[in-house]
Design a protein around this ligand. Structure first.
Ligand SMILES: [Zn+2]
Length: 362
């Protein structure tokens, strides 16, 4: 990554109407700028050499693009939702060159956004997904807690916490949709969870996040000297590509769809990471050291992979571990997990909805 900071990229589920613009050759008289020249107009820049995607930032707004060949046109995505077409930046002897009209188009589009700074972005919906349910108990364990034998089921723990968390979130955010994939002890397929989430309708300036809650378990934990314990938070590895902009619902060319899909994917990955980090910070504050951090990890969990939105999967702790199990059994500490998730989500939402556009963080 080149210099600059990462914004929380706001996504708006919005039309791609402008995509019908044909790919035509650049006017030959178009002057080109070096990156240094371009930075005099658009002050910050990030470059991903692997995907050949770049993003300019200015006054809380941003424009992303994918570099092409000299003479081609490219599409640039302004603030993650508005598409403009301009002569494409390209690499020449390893250095980026920017056609003048590309820079001007971006500058104009960003200036228009600055003028607008219309309705603030908001997280309109939070979906809580208590893992397992019904016939699927998830992980199970029998542990001795306070001298009593108790049997623990992942599906009960995740549901109890999610119900509690929902009530807290509803109270805190009466204007938001706080939804659950299941609110009772029912069997629910993973596909149903993902399609429920993907079916939520949003307005132009609204975002949605998906939080799946699970407990871990280790096979033969009781035979081990140090059975595994601790919490961890998962998100989708950036290299996994989802079909966020579906072929069936897209009117432009496949090339354009693919570029837009890449840009959208990067945005969701970034937001998922940020969501994971917000939650982890609160786990570190409230749960550690009673149960230790196993950190943020990448994995292609089904619900994370199939939900077209920022999404994370949380493993609260190991019910196969006696100390973690005790924490996940006692009413008081269960309340602590709920509080942890609540505070982490509030942190993310606050950061996301900060007035004046996105927040700059590293
Ligand atoms: Zn699970």
């Amino acid at each position: 990554m080149a210099k600059g900071a990462n914004p929380i990229l706001k996504h708006r589920f919005f039309l791609w109407l402008l995509l019908a613009a044909p790919l035509v050759a650049v006017q030959p008289q178009d002057k080109t700028f070096s990156l240094q020249d371009a930075l005099a107009i658009l002050p910050e820049f990030q470059w991903d050499p692997f995907l050949q995607t770049g993003t300019f930032y200015s006054s809380g707004h941003y424009a992303s693009f994918q570099a092409g060949l000299k003479g081609e046109r490219c599409f640039s995505l302004i603030d993650g939702y508005e598409v403009i077409s301009a002569p494409s930046p390209y690499l020449e002897n390893g250095a980026l060159r920017f056609p003048e009209s590309f820079i001007i188009s971006l500058k104009n589009a960003i200036d228009a956004e600055i003028k607008n700074d219309l309705k603030p972005f908001k997280v309109a919906a939070i979906i809580l997904d208590p893992g397992h349910g019904g016939k699927d108990s998830g992980a199970t364990a029998v542990q001795t807690i306070n001298g009593k034998k108790v049997s623990l089921k992942e599906k009960d723990i995740t549901l109890a916490i999610a119900l509690n968390l929902r009530d807290r979130l509803v109270k805190r955010y009466p204007g938001k949709k706080i939804l659950m994939t299941r609110a009772t002890d029912v069997t629910l397929a993973l596909e149903a969870r993902a399609s429920f989430a993907n079916g939520i309708k949003l307005e132009e300036n609204e975002a949605i996040i998906f939080v799946s809650i699970h407990c871990n378990s280790e096979i033969n934990a009781n035979l081990k000297k140090n059975p595994a314990r601790g919490y961890e938070i998962w998100y989708l590895p950036p290299k996994v590509r989802r079909e966020i902009i579906e072929k069936d619902n897209f009117n432009g060319s496949e090339g354009v769809r693919s570029i837009l899909n890449t840009l959208k994917e990067e945005e969701f990955t970034y937001e998922s990471k940020l969501l994971a980090a917000s939650l982890l910070a609160r786990f570190d504050e409230f749960i550690a050291p009673a149960s230790p951090s196993r950190g943020i990890k990448e994995e292609q969990w089904y619900v994370v992979k199939r939900t077209n939105m920022p999404s994370v999967l949380i493993e609260l702790g190991f019910i196969s571990n006696p100390s973690d199990a005790a924490l996940l059994f006692e009413k008081q500490s269960l309340e602590k997990y709920t509080k942890t998730l609540f505070e982490g989500l509030v942190d993310f939402v606050t950061l996301y909805e900060k007035p004046g556009g996105f927040s700059i963080i590293e």
